[in-house]
Design a protein around this ligand. Structure first.
Ligand code: SF4
Ligand code: SF4
Length: 355
């Protein structure tokens, strides 16, 4: 697919847009729909769970978008062939979990606040399904504290290096993101060693970390510096992104969720690690305006800036009502009206950072 701007150029220009489908999100039709809409709208990268079926769904969406390229250009969009990224973790992480509970013990008179609060429609009490719809749950955790009898628990999972290695060796993904935390030097190293041999064929390695708090990096920067030595020792050296994970999976809650990632983005950018700094965790329609206000968008002569933004829950929730209209259909392209409505919404978000 010819590119109106390449993903690399977008990073270099400080105009990078990444869609996060979710490290635990496995709703294959939704992932395919998202991949089509955001490819046609101009996303630079799509980040998915490190599972063959999920990667296949995203690839299928990106491939399907090619048939709509001319129509997208005619409509004024700037379609891309986004890089495909898979996310893995070196230890416990909220992005890598599912909610679980036994619906048979729910009191009949419970008003079911769990259903109301779930942003992914992942809890149901219908004839077909009772409880958590596992593929849809992406681990946001909002249902956990709301249950009046506290029966909702989290089920965590940690990436299996051998399975990730197999996936990388297929050559189907161009990028990996490793979720880590400041105190996990040993765990990171172990994962790194187990993946070695598969990493040097990637174009991009992203490191996602909640490096401290809004008030300070709390030693997290040392962890990132150690990782940067590993990254720059690879031959060839991949592109490097430091993803500042401010307030994970919260961008759809409200405007203010973006402040944590902007504060962290400024601190990591000031540390001048090799590579690019990209925001995530709480990003939404307010993020670009706020970046502009605090002068963190890249411009001529500017020394401290971020190079891009990743959007997760906000980007998905924005399109979810449209996808509900074609519930049961695997192919967004069979519904052109819904397809273009989705591209339109996706493009409006992308253009915030691109323009
Ligand atoms: S609220 Fe979040 S954690 Fe709970 S079921 Fe929904 S997506 Fe999963
Ligand atoms: S809030 Fe708790 S008790 Fe009520 S329906 Fe949900 S899981 Fe069951």
């Amino acid at each position: 697919m010819p590119l109106s701007h390449s993903s690399l150029q977008a990073l270099q220009a400080g105009r990078w847009f990444k869609l996060i489908c979710g490290a635990s999100f496995q709703d294959l039709p939704a992932i395919r729909h998202l991949a089509i809409a955001y490819s046609l709208a101009g996303a630079d990268c799509i980040d998915v769970a490190a599972e063959p079926a999920v990667v296949a769904a995203a690839k299928s969406g990106i491939a399907a978008a090619k048939s709509w390229l001319d129509a997208a250009v005619q409509r004024g969009y700037q379609p891309t062939q986004p890089w495909l990224m898979v996310s893995v973790n070196d230890g416990e992480d909220p992005h890598f979990r599912k909610a679980v509970f036994d619906p048979t013990i729910c009191p009949a008179n419970c008003p079911r606040p769990c259903v109301t609060i779930c942003p992914a429609d992942a809890i149901a009490f219908t004839e077909e399904k009772q409880g958590v719809i596992v593929d849809r749950c992406y681990g946001c955790g909002r249902c956990l504290p709301i249950c009046p009898i506290q029966i909702i628990k989290e089920q965590k999972h940690i990436s299996t290096p051998a399975a990730v290695r197999d996936l990388l060796q297929t050559g189907e993904v161009q990028a990996i993101e490793i979720h880590t935390q400041p105190e996990r030097g040993q765990e990171f190293l172990r994962l790194w060693q187990e993946l070695s041999g598969s990493l040097n064929q990637l174009q991009l390695i992203s490191i996602s970390a909640p490096v401290g708090s809004e008030k300070g990096l709390d030693g997290g920067l040392d962890h990132l510096r150690s990782i940067s030595q590993l990254l720059t020792s690879l031959t060839p050296t991949p592109l490097i992104i430091w993803q500042t994970d401010g307030r994970p999976m919260s961008g759809d809650i409200g405007m203010g969720t973006t402040h944590a990632t902007i504060a962290l983005g400024r601190q990591v950018a000031a540390a001048k690690l090799p590579g690019y700094v990209q925001l995530a965790g709480g990003t939404n329609h307010y993020t670009v305006n706020k970046l502009r206000e605090v002068k963190l968008l890249k411009s001529a002569g500017q020394e401290i800036f971020v190079s891009g933004i990743a959007y997760g829950s906000y980007a998905r929730v924005m399109l979810a009502p449209l996808f509900e209209q074609i519930s049961g259909s695997d192919k967004l392209e069979d519904h052109p009206d819904v397809l273009w409505a989705a591209v339109d919404r996706a493009a409006a978000l992308i253009q915030q950072i691109k323009s």
